[in-house]
Design a protein around this ligand. Structure first.
Ligand code: NAP
Length: 280
């Protein structure tokens, strides 16, 4: 199968490259592939893929508050460019999105059909990207994921691991609950989804849920370092972007197809082993 991966140099993109290596891959890498430029359409069409996995995005949630127009241009206008090109060549689009399309007011896991209401600029730009993708390309699957971490790039797990050896105490938000997701596990699910005709929206996150505080505590415990992890509130964290308090996603669509994801704690144990192996 011919597959174009956008954002191939990102956290998920790297895992996709490995997981899908037996396919004929074209890699969309910034700045050669720039979602802000109209040439994106010809890039997609020239690659002539069967499937485009659109993982490229403006992903800095805090910075998006300072430059919401840029986030919107990349995540909505850029996604529309990709979707138009995919539609023109009769290919299929798998477009990555986020749990931050929800406002976090629910107390039970969000399903794919639940109403959206993003609270921050990043979430609004990703939701608009979802809408444009679905409107411009009938053969689109939106995959919403969350709290992603992988070997490549910066993420929460790596930040906690670094701070745990540099600082005496960690203060971590304990009133936001979500689903940590191993990027390799997500890539494996996407590799399964590539083979089936699935359209619409599917949630794909690690099984189970935790708060950032619980997530950090588990990372520190697995490291075996004696450092205090203190719970703080979202207010105390003083972040620019408003964060939804609860974005646990139910992977309902995938479950109906018999596709499951590992529990976040098991995935984290595996990831820490992968980190150690990569360091050797
Ligand atoms: N990370 C998470 O926790 C999380 C959670 C939910 C959903 N998601 C979604 O999952 C997908 C993959 O996330 P990720 O963690 O792999 O993100 P990532 O590591 O930040 O990768 C995104 C990639 O997009 C590229 N990019 C940025 N601006 C671009 C532009 N104008 N044109 C083309 N490419 C551009 C980046 O290039 P540079 O590095 O050169 O800027 C990077 O390679 C994204 O759609 C994201 O919104 C992520």
């Amino acid at each position: 199968m011919r597959i174009l991966i956008t954002g191939a140099d990102g956290q998920l993109g790297h895992e996709l490259q490995q997981t899908l290596s037996r396919h004929d891959l074209t890699l969309g890498i910034y700045p050669t592939f720039d979602l802000l430029k109209p040439e994106v359409e010809s890039f997609v069409m020239d690659a002539c893929p069967d499937v485009v996995i659109h993982a490229a995005a403006y992903t800095n949630v805090e910075q998006a508050e300072q430059e919401p127009d840029v986030a919107m241009s990349v995540n909505a206008d850029g996604t529309e460019r990709v979707a138009r090109a995919v539609s023109k060549i009769g290919a299929r689009l798998i477009c990555l999105s986020t749990d931050y399309v929800f406002d976090g007011q629910k107390k039970v896991p969000y399903e794919e059909t639940d109403p959206t209401n993003p609270l921050n600029a990043y979430g609004r730009s990703k939701l608009e990207g979802e809408r444009r993708a679905l409107a411009c390309c009938s053969n689109t699957l939106i995959i919403r994921t969350a709290w992603l971490y992988g070997l490549h790039g910066n993420n929460f797990v790596k930040t906690i691991m670094q701070r745990a050896v540099e600082q005496k105490e960690l203060r971590v938000v304990a009133d936001q609950r979500g689903c940590p997701t191993h990027a390799g596990d997500l890539a494996a699910v996407i590799a399964q989804v590539v083979k089936i005709d699935l359209r619409g929206i599917a949630h794909a996150t690690g099984d189970g849920s935790c708060t950032w505080y619980e997530f950090a505590s588990k990372i520190v415990a697995l490291m075996g370092v004696a450092i205090a992890v203190r719970p703080i509130t979202t207010e105390e964290a003083r972040r620019a972007a408003v964060r939804p308090p609860y974005t646990v996603l139910a992977n309902r669509t995938l479950a109906q197809l018999g596709i499951t994801m590992p529990h976040w704690e098991d995935a984290l144990v595996r990831f820490m082993q992968e980190m150690r192996a990569a360091a050797c």
